[in-house]
Write a protein that binds this ligand. Sequence first.
Ligand SMILES: *Cc1c(COP(=O)(O)O)cnc(C)c1O
Length: 386
Amino acid sequence: MVYLDNHSTTPVDPRVLEAMLPYFGPRFGNAASRGHRFGWEAEKAVELARRRIAELAGAAPREIVFTSGATESDNLAIKGAMEAGRRKGNHVVTMATEHKAVLDSVKHLERQGCQVAILPPMADGLLDLNALRAALRPETVLVSVMYANNEIGTVQPVAEIGAICRETGVLFHCDAVQAFGKLPVDVDRDRIDLMSLSAHKMYGPKGVGALYVRKRNPRALLVAQIDGGGHESGMRSGTLNVPAIVGFGEACRLCAREMDADGARLAALRDRLRALLEAGLDGVTVNGTMQRRLPGNLNVTFEGVDAESLLIALPDVALSTGASCTSATVEPSHVLQALGMDRRQAQASVRFGLGRFNTGEEVEQAAGQVVEAVRRIRKLGLTGWA
Ligand SMILES: *Cc1c(COP(=O)(O)O)cnc(C)c1O
């Protein structure tokens, strides 16, 4: 079985697991227990992890707030910033290609009376900076644009977006889940004020994430969305998931060391994958720009092929259509539709997500099986284009 769905989740690096294990065992303390060594030990481990995450982001440790994952971080950033910014206004700007955690948070605010601008991407997936400038109003509180897209891998001009927001005095939230640990992210260079992170997209465990919250120049104000014991400087109450946080920190330490080499290797594997698909098949289109793209991402439309049928025809390759599966209905990707594709084209598209543990041999093997399956489906006329 070849795993090529690393944008959905990544395997936990064995070195990360090793670092976590003692915190499921003898080091079980509550990091908020101030009266004994069990608590101190847990707190020390949490603070080390916080430093490692901050270091990879170019942030200060006290600017890192631990959460249950990036869905929660996106909710906290968007709802929290809009609630705190009420005196200035109620306008928020985002993009049609954002993750659902961002889009649904924004839609929630819209139902409560916020003014919302959802900008379309250009055909290559990138944000039109002039459209962003035109969308900003005196009452705009927040701009939320992701670093790298989880379906098409496109990397937004984040530093330029940050500069526009800073000039106009608007907070900039960036969902950096797919970029963090894979591209050099720096909250000062990129002028990011709020940034969502998730451990399980970077070889750490599921169920832990963080929100970077800028403390100075400017200070990003938030209203907490979970109240309780006042953990995480009051920004996010609840007992910390110490083993997961330790794993998150170790995952960051490894990414800092290995990001450059991993990225170069994955980009070469991805280009090899693309070459094999294009050599073996006609009617292959790559979605999103190749100029600004995550090294491990390839998103491809196979003309005339129903992608769901293709996945079923590939039992030994783990891939994704990028479509969001909610209960029984499979909706074609909102990202691909935002690029201007119709439902049928979107339903003919597959996302390849390469990761740290994929080998060249796996890529050759997967490409061969995909080429064969696409040919078979086309011959049978299982196009799903009825
Ligand atoms: C996976 C993902 C999320 C959600 O993260 P969780 O930690 O799984 O809640 C948010 N944004 C992007 C871009 C993602 O890829």
